[in-house]
Design a protein around this ligand. Structure first.
Ligand code: ATP
Length: 420
């Protein structure tokens, strides 16, 4: 086992030593594993630490929480505990285990095992390395499947031919890591991946897990590259027939990040930013198809709303916006009912000319504080009632279209038009 010199912050080293010591005292062995080890070699250390204990991970986590004055926050069904250490971050503590799959796409059945078995159940060699934390072997590398060599050669390599059949979510992970680290899925691994796609194993994965994988992809810094790759590997239609990357979407993809950037810059909130990306995968589904897609991916209410609005607005609204020379108030009528995520996607999918028009429209809307308010109508003696919303909208429309130059003019117009 080789020891490496890593750039680890002193307080992390101290914690790792403490963990190794604690395991030693309990007659167990602890290892840092997974993404934490990979990211050390990539010199992009994260804050969260993954620990595997050859022993009893659950009581180990409780003890660790006690000696660090922290709390065990959660237990997962695989016997993983999360210890949240104040001022530090999260430490995931798991018992070393082996896994078997009752059927493809199912969650695995787990049994206690040794560290090598634990590494073998992992997705890719670059995630299947461990650093010993035992006092005598501190930071010595355990790399039984050649993860470090693959990392240096830039390869994402699965551990065995059935890897993607056992757990098809790994193909999303492969694409995610490939794009994030600028690596390439190794040739044989790609063949295994493609054969699992052809075998339609994705269909056996629950909607919740698929949705989660897509969300993770859309959280990466360059989701467009992963979208290209998922398309190239033929993955999307196996999730649902309403998904794919159309020729139009290929053109739109490079404009999504700038459109999101524009929304941020102008303080227009995108509550579900990932859903702007998701819309690039929609093959203009009809109402029924959109509903079936939402059901398959177990989308939240807000996400379902975005999918159905997008299906209605794209490309129909873009066509209307480009063909008719709409005034600001007409644009408002068309776009205002849409969620910001859909408005943002339309901006990305618009022609350069229309994109410019939309940009100035959004800025104008954002800056527009309505000059006429309900209180003003009351002062004018207009009896409160449903007429209010109509009058206020008309006044706002006039304001957007430049019918009046300031608040006094707007009030004057309301008085003339609505007070008899
Ligand atoms: P990220 O940087 O995106 O968080 P990560 O590698 O830390 O990446 P996690 O999802 O936190 O990813 O998983 C931690 C470790 O658990 C991985 O490094 C990998 O070894 C293992 N793992 C996670 N998901 C799977 C899976 N579907 N199949 C096999 N091993 C997995």
């Amino acid at each position: 086992m080789k020891t490496f010199k890593f750039k680890i912050p002193p307080k992390t080293t101290a914690l790792l030593k403490k963990i190794g010591q604690l395991a030693d005292e309990r007659g167990e062995a602890a290892y840092a594993v997974g993404g934490f080890v990979r990211d050390l070699f990539l010199r992009r250390p994260g804050v969260d630490i993954d620990i595997t204990v050859e022993g009893d991970g659950l009581t180990f986590a409780e003890k660790l929480a006690k000696i660090t004055g922290s709390e065990v926050e959660a237990f997962t069904r695989f016997g993983t505990s999360i210890v949240v250490i104040p001022g530090f971050g999260k430490v995931d503590v798991a018992t070393a285990r082996t896994e078997s799959y009752d059927h493809p796409g199912a969650l695995p059945s787990v049994k206690k095992g040794g560290i090598i078995q634990d590494l073998y159940r992992r997705d890719f060699t670059l995630n299947a390395m461990a650093l010993s934390l035992s006092p005598g072997y501190f930071l010595k590398l355990l790399d039984p499947f050649g993860g470090l060599g693959d990392l240096k050669r830039g390869r994402i390599r699965a551990l065995h031919p059935k890897s993607f059949e056992d757990d098809p979510t790994r193909l999303f992970r492969a694409v995610r890591f490939e794009q994030r680290f600028g690596k390439r899925i190794e040739e044989k691994t790609e063949r295994w991946l493609l054969s699992s796609v052809k075998g339609n194993y994705i269909q056996k994965v629950s909607g919740e897990r698929l949705r989660n994988e897509l969300r993770l992809i859309f959280q990466e810094p360059r989701p467009e590259k992963a979208v290209w790759r998922l398309d190239e590997l033929g993955v999307l239609p196996h999730i649902h027939s309403a998904l794919g990357v159309s020729a139009a979407a290929k053109k739109d993809l490079p404009h999504v990040a700038p459109a999101i950037g524009f929304f941020h810059k102008n303080k227009m909130v995108l509550e579900e930013e990932r859903m702007v990306w998701f819309q690039t995968l929609l093959l203009s589904p009809g109402e029924k198809e959109a509903a079936s897609l939402s059901k398959r991916l177990m989308l939240s209410r807000v996400e379902q709303n975005i999918v159905s609005q997008s299906a209605k607005a794209y490309p129909a609204f873009l066509k209307e916006l480009s063909e008719k020379d709409l005034t600001a108030s007409q644009m408002y009528k068309l776009l205002c009912p849409l969620r910001p995520e859909v408005q943002c996607f339309l901006m990305a999918a618009a022609s350069p000319l229309l994109r410019k028009k939309l940009a100035s429209y959004f800025v104008k809307i954002q800056k527009s504080v309505p000059w006429v308010r309900g209180k003003d109508l009351q002062t004018m003696g207009i009896p409160p009632g449903f007429r209010y919303s109509f009058i206020l909208l008309e006044a706002l429309n006039g304001q957007l279209d430049g019918k009046f130059k300031n608040r006094p003019q707007a009030l004057e117009w309301v008085k003339k038009t609505f007070v008899s």
